[in-house]
Design a protein around this ligand. Sequence first.
Ligand code: LLP
Length: 366
Amino acid sequence: MIKKIIKNYKKPIFLYNYKKIIKNIKNIKNIKNIKIFYAIKSNYNKNIIKELNKKINGFETVSIGEIKFLNKIGIKNKRIIFSGVCKKKRDIKYAIKKKVSMISVESFEEINKIKGKIKIILKYNLNLKGGTKKEITTCKKDNKFGIRSNETNKIIKFIKKKKIKIYALGFHIGSQIKKVKYYIKAIKSIEKIKKIYLSKGIKIKTLNIGGGFAINYRKNKVFYYDKLWKFLNKNKSFNNFIIEPGRYITANSCLTISKVVYTKKVNKKKIAIIDIGMESIIRPALYKSVHKIVNLYKRIKKYHDIVGPICETTDTFQKNKYIGIKKGDFLIIKDTGSYCLSMRSIYNMREKPLEVIIKNKKIKVI
Ligand code: LLP
């Protein structure tokens, strides 16, 4: 299939596999009383979003721009959660006017800005680890995100005075959370907060456990969270759950095809310069993340650096990789379905790659 797709190759191609997306969703759908809201920051290709819209409950957004984008492609506001750590008064006003379903509140100050009907999620910073890289940890007290637990009493006083209803409690521990234990710790910690609300007569039945579900970038597979789903199914503190996965649904559904334009010899190794870089796949430069790279063709293996075309030395995918590469070859960069094109920049003004999906054995440009 890939050989067919590269026949008229002109620029890098992001190739999605529809089947994988559906399989990833099914892994989550085993849980009772759970609603899935896809975090569109991880990938907002409009065709992918439209496909997801048929299969899940809705979408998590973090800006008015994302809400407007969803509306433009026909997604209804009642299927949208509005989150984000820096919502302005006018953003909140807009979301309420448009009847967005839920708002995820990240501070006491924010609640004061909500005037009108919208379901409120109180997103807490539980000061917990997630066992992930510091760059994508979000739930430690020195991170900017979430309501601090010592604000709870102040919130309770305020919402009682103003007769504000709370729909859900929530958290987002971080991204690439590989172990169930971190979610369980967070749930136990938020159960304590729920009890404080209950002791003041405020019942909250829904829990938003955020996103963060990981994939294995070495094996092109998702991690499994069966123990967590079991834990949620048995949980008596909350009746309903919300989940906001991004990476878990799309990351491993996509690979990127890129051409080796030049090779340069440096001592015993070669540098392979490919036609895609940090403008479209910034994760290696930004987080030192490793995306597995294989050659479409079999070659004798040697040490190579694999670098992109951007005028920055940090535009490097891998250093000293033992792989066979010849000029003109096509390299496959795996697991590029999340936080790659959605984080694309116009730096160096390089052309946007092509996006293609394989669905029911048919190839379609999307
Ligand atoms: N919900 C909230 C409130 C979030 O902040 C995020 C991601 C998600 C859900 C979805 O997280 P996921 O399930 O995709 O881990 N650019 C980084 C990841 C940043 C995630 C930001 N927040 C990366 O490439 O690893």
